[in-house]
Ligand binder design. Structure first.
Ligand SMILES: [Zn+2]
Length: 548
């Protein structure tokens, strides 16, 4: 843990504070919305995405400094500390990393054992608890590994995976509608299904698309350089741990071909079947061994939590929770070259927007209380948010809604917004009004294959039954001469989770300000309406997540 340092930004803040005190303080939401200024947003992004923050890696000093920065901002804005230790809620974490030399993947062919090489042919998931694991079992191909009876789809029909290792693809069939596709793509949901059916290991095959986007031969240098992480409970239990799964590997296309060489269907067959959404599950008639040793470490990293107390005594014990993950991917040394993953869009921009939203609420508090939470460990598997909902600083039943900000791209003048889940809640009509007031329309998710619904922190709240809203800009550019879609896609292809997501990325600040204002309006409406937000009980998500 690093001692907080004095930093140049502090002086600038004092100036900003003085200049905004010069005019009369706002008394209405509309007046307080004008407190959201481009200059402050820029200054937060510049600070958080600076090389000095070293990519804000969970558990490292660049993250600690960033957490301290958020504390200073909250203090200046007049929020109250609402963590378990002042502004902080420390999240106890365990890191776990496979020891490369010990990793084994062996195909037991009829007359020979074929051993494969770690990194060149396969990657292996480390075990969060056990120091050494080894499993040998038959392999059953299960497509996507999805059981969705209400959609008339099951990869498990007619195959028995009890005591077996399952092999299949990540994702879900294209024919699934957006939220269902995302839900069934979730690897946690898939593991639950596999374990319930008695599976004892997993093999992940690589799709043509994944191979196109980042070929195994380029990707392999990154395998195993960073430990995985999970959070641990007070009693030392690793969260979301499936002890039944004794080994999990991902295979290079070459190793996948070998695995399926004498199977009822070839690797090519599985690729075509998965793309067509055809169920072709079958035992492969072959055994494999997966083994590896794991080294473990203990650490902790804070969520930063600030409170704006509600103005209505009747409703002040209910909470709207704003979230934005503060962590990113740190520094990596790949082939001797050191790269800083500054994470400007992911998620310095989201944190900046949340900070300026907090300023609005602090100036004119709404009826309900509002928590602003800068989350740790998002990039390591939504850890800070999962910990928060399982160890909430206020009763989880008193949390009426979550508003999440993560990697909003302002690469062009943004005209539309996309939502991930709020359309199944009573939040959506409020969001429609808020978006319209700031000149946005809503569009359907143009990238359902990205399954973003399960890939950001609002999903932790959803799983805890809390209605949530998470918005990103869509493809529509307000400037006819600018092709929003191609800029958006180019960012995902070239800069998402790359060292080039840095301060050189263009940011259309006017869009950022309007986006922040829209979120402030949504949060304010949620914190002010008489009835707390609710799930649409008949919807796919309502049926799964609404708490009675
Ligand atoms: Zn990310």
């Amino acid at each position: 843990m690093n001692a907080p340092m004095l930093r140049p930004a502090t002086g600038l803040l004092v100036l900003l504070a003085i200049s905004s005190c010069a005019s009369a303080p706002p008394t209405t939401l509309d007046e307080s919305l004008d407190l959201i200024r481009e200059r402050a947003l820029r200054s937060h992004v510049r600070w958080l995405a600076d090389d000095e923050r070293a990519g804000r890696m969970t558990g490292e000093s660049g993250y600690e400094d960033s957490a301290q920065y958020v504390v200073e901002q909250f203090m200046h804005m007049g929020l109250e500390p609402a963590g378990t230790d002042g502004w902080y809620q420390q999240v106890p974490l365990r890191s776990y990393k496979a020891i490369g030399d010990t990793a084994e993947f062996v195909i037991h062919a009829e007359d020979d054992d074929l051993g494969y090489t770690y990194r060149d042919d396969f990657s292996v998931a480390a075990d969060p608890v056990d120091a050494s694991t080894r499993v040998r079992a038959e392999v059953v191909y299960v497509g996507y590994g999805i059981h969705a009876p209400e959609l008339g789809y099951s990869d498990y029909e007619g195959v028995d995976v009890s005591g077996k290792i399952i092999a299949g693809f990540s994702g879900a069939p294209e024919s699934f509608e957006g939220l269902q596709r995302a839900y069934y793509s979730s690897s946690t949901n898939k593991r639950e299904e596999a374990v319930a059916r008695g599976a004892i290991g997993t093999i992940t095959l690589r799709s043509r698309k994944a191979e196109q986007r980042s070929p195994w031969d380029e990707m392999k240098a990154r395998i195993g350089i960073r430990p995985s992480m999970t959070w641990v409970s007070e009693t030392g239990e690793a969260a979301r741990y499936f002890p039944e799964l004794r080994g999990s590997v991902s295979l290079s296309p070459k190793a996948a071909e070998a695995l399926l060489a004498n199977a009822p269907l070839s690797y090519e067959d599985t690729l075509s079947a998965m793309e067509a959404g055809e169920v072709r599950s079958t035992p492969l008639g072959i055994e494999v061994t997966i083994a590896r040793d794991t080294e473990h470490g203990e650490l902790s990293s804070p969520n930063v939590i600030g409170l704006v107390r509600g103005s209505d005594p009747e409703l002040a014990d209910e909470y709207v929770v704003f979230t934005a993950h503060l962590d990113h991917m740190g520094v990596r040394e790949i082939d001797g070259e050191k790269k800083i993953y500054n994470g400007a869009y992911d998620n310095a921009v989201g944190v900046a927007l949340m900070l300026e939203t907090a300023r609005v609420f602090a100036a004119v508090p709404p009826r309900r209380s509002v928590l602003f939470v800068a989350l740790t460990g998002e990039e390591r598997g939504l850890l800070g948010s999962d910990y928060f909902v399982n160890n909430p600083v206020v009763p989880v039943e008193s949390i009426v809604a979550n508003v999440n900000l993560d990697m909003p791209l302002f690469l062009y003048p943004v005209a539309d917004l996309v939502t991930f889940g709020s359309e199944s809640t009573s939040i959506q009509p409020l969001a429609d009004d808020a978006a319209a007031a700031e000149g946005f329309v809503f569009s359907p998710d143009p990238l359902p294959e990205e399954t973003r619904f399960v890939r950001s922190d609002h999903y932790s709240f959803v799983r805890a039954g809390v209605p949530a809203i998470y918005l990103t800009p869509g493809f529509k550019s307000a400037d006819d001469k600018v092709d929003g879609e191609s800029l958006y896609r180019a960012f995902l292809d070239k800069h998402y989770h790359e060292a080039t997501d840095d301060l050189d990325q263009p940011i259309h600040w006017d869009s950022a300000v309007r986006f922040a204002r829209a979120h402030a309006r949504i949060g304010y409406a949620l914190a002010s309406v008489d009835d707390r937000p609710a799930w649409d009980a008949g919807s796919f998500l309502g049926q799964r997540f609404a708490t009675p």
